[in-house]
Design a protein around this ligand. Structure first.
Ligand code: AHR
Length: 682
């Protein structure tokens, strides 16, 4: 007796594959056996085999029969609703080292020697051989109003063979690739020209070998920005490296805003990591919600996201504390968010600070709130205004003369936690002022408002997989006369740092509900999106994409997102799922059906969260289906299975042809699987 692992890359259950003449086949294309076809095979088998072999063979297929067939009826000519064109997007904030130490490609950590980092974290003194030096923070001098202090290196003794200086260990290392150019800069001054040239080098932590270096000359007693490039040769890719800045003569050197960038996505200066941007692009996101999340609110009002301090030259950005336990460089500031949108063809969903911070502080509605409302109006003008407006001109000064398209503005974040109830008046105050100037903007409320109907309401869900199975129909009966819905943060929280396959099943079940209700749900976004998996990198468990300094991987949930966003039509269809095997008290089978009206193509998404295969009879009317379709499948042997750094592609979607499609289709979903059937109309 022989078995083949059917679609072994998919890790489906082992199923005996029998040729029509009763021969077990080891190399045939996968066949999904329906009960009807299976019985035929067994009859054939009875003629061919006898005795214990037959008993064993007969027992195994009963596994397949364990689930009763479900019946799915689809009316291709009866659209039920329009699918929101912005249904799937991204939610981000500075959490889990999402930007600094993450997407934002800056390689130098603590580049501004900020005071509340005790000044010199991640900077280590270099005293080679007989050299001698001391380092500290000089509060008396800095390169700008925003950066008033600096790093000071006092070199008492040094020579060409015994250099003194300082090194930076990067964001859990400094990623270097072969034959690559790195763009660097710093602000610096020296007490005397006698200090001589400054050597900037990239050095391997293990071997101590210099992998790239350059000399910087011309330091004066005044602060100046100096640019340099470093180029690696034929090295091995590695993140176990550091940046060294050394001198060969006694004297004093001051530094600030020490920066080093690898090549970035779309070659943007001050840009983003290529691997992460490519992963985000794969998600086909329609929008980007920023800058939070709790990051928008800050622990205290003074720590809120102040967008005006995140624009313009980096030297004019003072940095600020984030509620997630570390300081934000704000190198990825408002314009960089917008350029990120531009790069991935997303629309910004701009969240404006609305007068509530996490420690329970709020700004009273009325005159006290007016400056914050004005700040939001200025921010909208920065995003959308022509270069002839005050803030539009600022954006043009910052390098982007064209205004950005903006449809949605979110007023605050999770204001249900403001126990004073002031959001009841804060939201309307923002609403009135913004609508007066920008009547077309859709304004998102972060909780229900009793005194008025918001345009859109942002709902958040962080749940377990079982909760998603039970709640996948959450919006099926929701009031269509209320506000539109933005599911601004949601995730099945199982697995850390990134979700496991059980979570992906919960996510996929939930997304079938989002799609079914996408007449009401205008947008939805998983959160959090990113996590640096190094020790201390994660503040929030279960994040979609994991990375270290040099590599990244997508979780099973990430691939579920990729599949759902990529294969999405523009209308939902009238449909019904029935069957004796479907247990409403323990739902395990979920689906959504959408149609791309331009391509005349259907996407049937099905999720089987059960550990047994699930046969489905699909009856489609109102269109004639072409015989050849496509199957996209994501599955795993158990719910704990996941992707990791060592095995980043254990669980990935597998595409295969789907032959023999007809209007009456028998399909068996493997145990623990998420599948999409792409069906073309003739
Ligand atoms: O996504 C993590 C956090 O969860 C967000 O910052 C906040 O909005 C929510 O409570």
């Amino acid at each position: 007796m022989a078995f083949i692992e059917e679609r072994s890359r998919d890790r489906l259950a082992s199923i005996p594959i029998l040729d029509p003449d009763g021969i077990l086949s080891l190399d045939r294309k996968p066949v999904i056996l329906t009960r009807h076809r299976l019985r035929g095979k067994i009859r054939m088998l009875e003629k061919t085999f006898a005795g214990p072999t037959l008993t064993a063979l007969l027992l195994l297929p009963t596994l397949l029969l364990a689930q009763e067939s479900a019946v799915l009826t689809i009316h291709a000519d009866q659209p039920a609703a329009k699918v929101s064109p912005t249904l799937y997007g991204l939610m981000t904030e500075e959490i889990n080292y999402s930007y600094d130490g993450g997407l934002y490609a800056e390689m130098v950590r603590n580049r501004t020697f900020g005071r509340d980092w005790s000044g010199v974290q991640h900077w280590i003194l270099i005293e080679d051989g007989s050299s001698s030096a001391e380092m500290g923070v000089d509060q008396q001098t800095g390169p700008s109003e925003a950066l008033k202090s600096s790093f000071r290196l006092r070199v008492k003794q040094a020579d060409l063979r015994n250099r003194a200086g300082v090194l930076n260990d990067g964001w859990w290392g400094m990623p270097l690739n072969p034959n690559t150019t790195y763009q660097g800069s710093f602000y610096a001054k020296a007490d005397s020209p006698d200090l001589g040239p400054v050597m900037v080098s990239l050095v391997s932590n293990q071997s101590g070998k210099t992998l790239a270096s350059t000399e910087v000359n011309g330091l004066t007693r005044a602060w100046e920005q100096i640019h340099f490039t470093l180029r690696t040769g034929a090295i091995e890719p590695s993140h176990a490296n550091h940046l060294a800045i050394t001198v060969a003569h006694p004297g004093t050197l001051w530094l600030n805003l020490v920066s080093l960038f690898p090549p970035t996505y779309h070659d943007r200066a001050n840009g983003n990591r290529v691997d992460l941007m490519e992963k985000l692009a794969e998600m086909h996101p329609a929008f980007l919600r920023f800058p939070g999340g709790n990051f928008l609110e800050g622990d205290h009002i003074a720590d809120r996201y102040q967008w005006k301090k995140t624009i313009g030259p980096l030297v004019d950005r003072p940095t600020h504390p984030s509620p997630w336990g570390y300081r934000s460089s704000d190198g990825l500031g408002l314009l960089e968010f917008l350029e990120w949108c531009e790069d991935l063809k997303m629309e910004p969903v701009l969240a404006v600070y609305a007068g509530y911070s996490l420690a329970g502080e709020h700004v009273n509605p009325g005159p006290d709130l007016d400056p914050y409302v004005q700040d939001a109006l200025d921010e909208i003008e920065y995003v959308t205004g022509g270069a002839d407006t005050k803030w539009g001109a600022m954006r043009a000064r910052d390098g982007h003369s064209q205004p950005f398209k903006l449809t949605y503005v979110e007023i605050g974040n999770e204001d249900q936690f403001d126990k004073s109830g002031s959001y009841e008046s804060r939201y309307p105050q923002f609403y009135k002022a913004i609508k007066a100037k920008y009547p077309d903007l859709q304004l998102i409320a972060t909780r229900p408002i009793t005194s008025m109907k918001p345009d859109v309401q942002d709902d958040h869900y962080y749940v377990r997989a079982t909760e998603n199975f039970h709640d996948a129909g959450h919006y099926d009966k929701a009031d269509r006369n209320g506000p539109k819905i933005f599911v601004g943060e949601w995730a099945t929280r199982e697995g850390a740092p990134t979700p496991n396959f059980g979570a992906a099943l919960g996510d996929a079940a939930w997304m079938t509900g989002l799609e079914r209700n996408s007449d009401l749900i205008v947008m939805a976004a998983y959160a959090p999106l990113l996590v640096n998996v190094n020790p201390g990198g994660m503040q929030w468990e279960t994040d979609l994409i994991g990375y270290d300094a040099i590599a990244s991987y997508g979780s099973p949930s990430y691939y579920a997102q990729v599949m759902f966003a990529r294969y999405l039509g523009d209308q939902t269809l009238s449909s019904k799922l029935e069957g004796p095997g479907l247990d409403p008290s323990n739902p395990k089978l979920f689906y959504s059906i959408t149609r791309d009206s331009a391509k005349r193509r259907l996407y049937l998404k099905m999720v089987n969260a059960s550990t047994t295969a699930q046969p489905v009879e699909i009856n489609l009317s109102g269109a004639k289906l072409a015989e050849a379709g496509k199957l996209i499948s994501l599955s795993a042997p158990d719910t704990q299975a996941t992707n990791t750094f060592d095995q980043p592609t254990q669980i990935i979607p597998v595409e295969s042809p789907l032959p023999g499609v007809s209007n009456h289709l028998h399909h068996t979903l493997p145990a623990l699987s998420i599948q999409i059937l792409q069906l073309d109309e003739q």
